[in-house]
Design a binder for this molecule. Structure first.
Ligand code: THU
Length: 128
């Protein structure tokens, strides 16, 4: 995976608003034509309104008109790599399909999965 994706997600992670969990997450999503969008988690006092880094990043890109995605990286400083939560996996699947998902720690560890490995047997538009 390119260093630029990690650099952008790591910088976004610094902007996380993790007032309650103190768990900062950054994400960067690359489109098939090479553009990169990044985001971070945003928490607020009404906990349920928290937005994950992955979701915010995806929605930013979609709102800019992007539709074709290649890969996403999720950056934390945790010892255990941080995979996207269930709702984010659903949205990534619906809008990105079977992209590569890189899990990266600022401690230098990284693993790469296909989204279909993390999210087998998805519900999607083909079921409607
Ligand atoms: N979080 C993310 O942003 N992405 C993940 O993949 C896991 C969890 C955020 C949500 C919340 O702000 C904090 O991490 C703790 O759950």
């Amino acid at each position: 995976m390119s260093n630029e994706l990690v650099v952008r997600a790591t910088a976004a992670r610094e902007r996380a608003i993790a007032t309650f969990s103190n768990f900062k997450v950054g994400a960067a999503l690359r489109t098939k034509n090479g553009r990169i969008y990044e985001g971070c988690n945003i928490e607020n006092a009404s906990f349920g309104l928290t937005t994950c880094a992955e979701r915010l990043t995806l929605l930013k890109a979609l709102s800019e008109g992007e539709r074709d995605f290649a890969e996403i990286v999720v950056v934390t400083d945790a010892e255990r790599l941080t995979p996207p939560c269930g709702p984010c996996r659903q949205l990534l699947w619906e809008f990105c399909g079977d992209i590569k998902v890189h899990l990266h720690s600022t401690r230098g560890v990284e693993e790469t999965y296909q989204l279909s490995e993390l999210f087998p047997h998805p519900f999607d538009i083909t079921h409607l």
